[in-house]
Design a protein around this ligand. Structure first.
Ligand SMILES: Cc1ncc(COP(=O)(O)O)c(C=O)c1O
Length: 400
């Protein structure tokens, strides 16, 4: 007997893409280029291999779920520097935990904070629409109702939780928020983040803020939820009350294979999240923890990588601008392009240009009126080097 909830997880974007393109062939004269997956391809900083080697004795130990004091301190210091926080605002020992990449943490937080009932009702989970697909699985597997909140051009490509019916908020247990966002590349300012946090506290739900793309931006460094938390703190409210933040080295340091991220949140939530991980989570291996500690302490490699992304966005603007107008994202490394019909464009790009992209509809939910906010879009990942990206985008404009 299988868990029937798992049968609802049948919309994994990359499975759908495979089915869409399976019967089709790219032109034999062109090398296929994969712009569908958001897998960073910049060279990982050499210190990663060096530290994994020098810390190799750690492979012989089971890692605990807490990481090391040095890791937690490095993360707290990074957050303090990055968001210009007062020293001592964060407690590394009760408010920060390492995770084996944030995907599993973003998923597991649902088990930690979604109760069976919220104020006598089946709980709601707010999911921005379009979304990073993991959010949409969480209500389904935690006996909750998903509430898809538009994050479209009309709302600045961010979800506006203040527009959600208070009756729904009353029964909301968890809300996901992503900035810089995947797939739209939008960035929330402190005011938007404050509004979401105030609502989370008023209606007592957990605001899960996914900041995995926080270090890849085109203009000013994006604000983070902690900027908003710091502005809202007072004698009665703890700095992180109701707010859990996720960040990762996958994008910041171009090490998606290292599987290393962190979760930061208030001590009460971190305590249950930690307990959950002691049963069902994989501790981050000690050599990985040591390499991660050094990565959070270093900004040079991050600035170098960011400059490469900026150069690719500038190239994208030059190549795509005449056809599509402004294609620059504020953050992250995706182009979110309105092409009229995302699936049709994806098929044409594959059969005519050997370019693989992702239809926006696969990252979005169809609402009760039959409208899917991603239908007209494709998502293009600018993860390759500049020359490859330039060639790929030139092929894209030729077809579209
Ligand atoms: C928005 C967003 N959040 C979280 C993740 C998970 O990243 P990781 O598990 O590598 O930390 C990704 C990865 O693509 C993402 O796009």
């Amino acid at each position: 007997m299988l868990n029937p909830a798992l049968e609802t997880l049948n919309d994994f974007p990359f499975d759908r893409l495979r089915s869409l393109l399976e019967p089709l062939r790219p032109p034999e004269t062109l090398d296929p280029l994969m712009l569908s997956i958001g897998e960073p391809k910049h060279t990982p900083p050499p210190m990663v291999a060096e530290i994994l080697h020098s810390s190799a004795a750690g492979w012989g130990k089971y890692p605990g779920v807490d990481g090391t004091p040095e890791f937690r301190r490095a993360v707290a210091d990074w957050l303090t520097r990055r968001y210009d926080l007062a020293d001592g605002l964060l407690d590394p020992d009760t408010q920060i935990l390492p995770v084996s990449g944030t995907r599993e943490a973003i998923f597991m937080i649902g088990q930690a904070v979604v109760p069976r009932r919220k104020r006598g009702h089946r709980p709601n989970v707010l999911v921005p629409n379009p979304y990073y697909h993991v959010y949409s699985a969480v209500p389904r597997l935690n006996s909750a109702d998903p509430v898809f909140v538009p994050a479209t051009e009309k709302t600045g490509f961010l979800p506006d939780f203040t527009a959600v019916d208070p009756e729904i908020l009353e029964h909301t247990a968890l809300a996901y928020f992503c900035s810089p966002s995947n797939p739209q590349g939008s960035v929330a300012d402190v005011k938007v983040l404050k509004n979401a946090i105030v609502l989370a506290r008023k209606y007592d739900f957990v605001l899960a803020v996914d900041e995995c793309y926080s270090e890849i931006y085109m203009g000013d460094a994006p604000a983070g939820a902690l900027n908003a938390c710091a502005e809202l703190v007072n004698e009665t409210v703890g700095v992180m009350d109701n707010v859990v933040i996720f960040n990762s080295l996958s994008k910041r340091s171009s090490v998606p294979g290292l599987r290393s991220g962190f979760v930061a949140g208030p001590a009460d939530i971190m305590k249950v999240f930690r307990r959950l991980r002691t049963y069902g989570g994989a501790g981050v291996p000690l050599p990985t923890i040591d390499a991660s500690t050094a990565l959070w302490q270093d900004e040079d490699h991050v600035a170098e990588s960011r400059a490469l992304y900026c150069a690719k966005f500038e190239a994208a603007q030059e190549i795509m601008g005449p056809r599509f107008g402004n294609v620059m994202a504020k953050g992250g490394f995706f182009l979110w392009l309105n092409v009229g019909n995302g699936e049709a464009a994806t098929r044409r790009l594959w059969t005519q240009a050997a370019i693989r992209v992702l239809p926006g509809a696969y990252l979005s939910h169809t609402d009760e009126y039959g409208k899917n906010p991603g239908t007209e879009y494709i998502r293009i990942a600018l993860v390759h080097d500049l020359a490859t990206t330039t060639e790929a985008l030139e092929r894209v404009v030729k077809v579209l």
